[in-house]
Design a protein around this ligand. Sequence first.
Ligand code: ZN
Length: 340
Amino acid sequence: MKALVKQEKDRGLVLKEVPVPEIGPRDVLVKVKKTAICGTDTHIYKWDRWAQKNVPVPMVIGHEFMGHVEKVGSDVKGIKVGERVSAEGHLTCGHCRSCREGVRHLCPNTKGIGVHTPGCFAEYLSVPEENIFKLPPHISDEISAILDPFGNAVHTALSCDIPGEDVLITGAGPIGIMSAAIAKFAGARSVVVTDPNPKRLERAKKLGATRCVNIREEKIKDVVEELSIWDGFSVGLEMSGHPDGLNDLLKSARPGAKIALLGILPQTTLIDWDLVIFKMLTIKGIYGREIFSTWHKMSNMVYGGLKVDDVITHRFPYQDFEEAFETMISGDSGKIILEW
Ligand SMILES: [Zn+2]
């Protein structure tokens, strides 16, 4: 089969022929139809320090996908050949305390599909049955391919008390703007999104942000007055991974606010702890999705009318992967679909 492989410890990927994955008794073989490029994939493509530390080569990469079941292992009970599926990309150990307590997203032994084990940028992918998510008919193929980052946004936004509150989101990347749509759908009074890139802010507006702030041209303080948010934001979602994003949230938060961090901040990030302590803020780190409650809530919100389709800006056949990755790395795009 054809696959996109991190072949050398260097920038780029190779499109090459590799064997179709063998499946174990509890695995499902999926014929991949649509995939999407994640920030993680661009780190691996660029071969930055994180990738050098975490990804063994050679490796078929990619973890955002949808497709149809081609074959099931002998012990697979709940999934049939032909079913339309996606999957949770975090493989959990099954025997640690978190796994045994039913909170798999807190497993400390998590392995990532397309990072530690062969990924979905290929014609076929093997996934354990327990990670498969059966796709309901109301979710389109394209949205099905981005349920992983969409789930990051749902996990982040729903970890805060959104209804009736003012929400500040720093960073208008794909997950940031999907969070804006979710916060609005969940009943926020206002959703303000900040970013320095006008193209990204335009998309945030399209997905439902009440007000976008180009931090190169405007101050959050002025927008707060314009929207009559007198004592600050009750909810802050950090999606930029930039220290300024976090500091803007802390400064603009109302006393008692809850702040969720999804963007990966540099280790050297400094913050004014007085703001955290004297405003009695709660800061929560977010990673991945709750398995599978986030998936079901996401699916149900789409059924209920939540729309994030405009986060997808480009589609490429897999053969044009280089153009797709360079477009993603430019920072101007939303989600990019690779078709198989
Ligand atoms: Zn575990």
